[in-house]
Each structure stands twice: as C-alpha cells, then as structure tokens.
Design a protein around this ligand. Structure first.
Ligand code: NI
Length: 135
C-alpha cells in the first residue's frame, strides 16, 4: 500500500468494544482494515447516490416455467446493449434458475435496468448490488 497516513481516532469505549466484536466476527485481523473497508463502502454509496457511474451485479432467481420469463430477461439484456458486460446462468432445480448479470453505467440507468428485471412476472427474488464506482 502506498503513502499510508496514521491518524488517531477518539470514541467511546463501549462503541469501540462493539466495533471490535463486530470486526472479529467478520474475520478482520485489525481495525485499520475494517475502517478502510467502511470508508470505501461509504464513498461508493455516496458516489452511487449522486448518480455516478459504476458497476453492479443484478442477481435474479426466477421460475422458468412462467411463460416467456426467460425470453423477457434475455430481451431486456439485449436492449441494454453494452451496459451489460456479462451474465451467468445456472439451475437451482427443475424450474428455478439463477442469473447474475454484471452491468456498467450510471446508477440511475442501472437501477432502472434492475427494476425492469426484478419486476418481471416469474422473477421470485433478486437484488442489485453496487460493486464499484467509476470516476
Ligand atoms: Ni435455466
């Protein structure tokens, strides 16, 4: 890591103890790495909220026996053009399919893409997760 800066942080003992318990459960070896991750996540959320460009995953679980749901999922991705970078499809059972789509674009357009997919009849569950912001 380049150009590390050390700084002191003051906080209530009880708050720090809760934080230490939390990061131990998550498997962090020290507070610094946990704090860096929290700050990165906050900056990503902020960039996303301000309508920035980013990369997201959209995960869908759907019932493939529902008429045309598979075709609609694919048509929406084709219409999205090069906003969709990649997708992965696998089978969870006889009728249920899992699709993970990686897409790039403004947060508003990605949200709209995810909403169209998640709103389809036959889509049982899913969510969009912002993976990274782009400058
Ligand atoms: Ni399938």
């Amino acid at each position: 890591m380049s150009d590390l800066v050390r700084f002191g942080v003051a906080m209530e003992r009880a708050l720090l103890e809760r934080f230490d318990e939390r990061i131990a459960r998550k498997g962090y070896e020290n507070r610094s790495e946990a704090l860096r991750d929290l700050i990165r996540a906050d900056l990503l959320r902020d960039a996303w909220d301000r309508g920035g460009e980013g990369v997201a995953t959209i995960t869908l679980v759907y019932d493939a026996s529902v008429r045309e749901v598979t075709e609609r999922i694919h048509a929406i991705q084709r219409e999205a053009g090069d906003r969709v970078i990649s997708s992965m499809h696998t089978h969870l059972g006889k009728e249920r399919c899992l699709e993970v789509i990686v897409a790039r674009g403004s947060s508003a357009r990605l949200r709209a893409l995810a909403d169209r997919l998640l709103g389809l009849r036959g889509v049982l569950s899913g969510e969009m997760v912002a993976a990274a912001a782009e400058p």
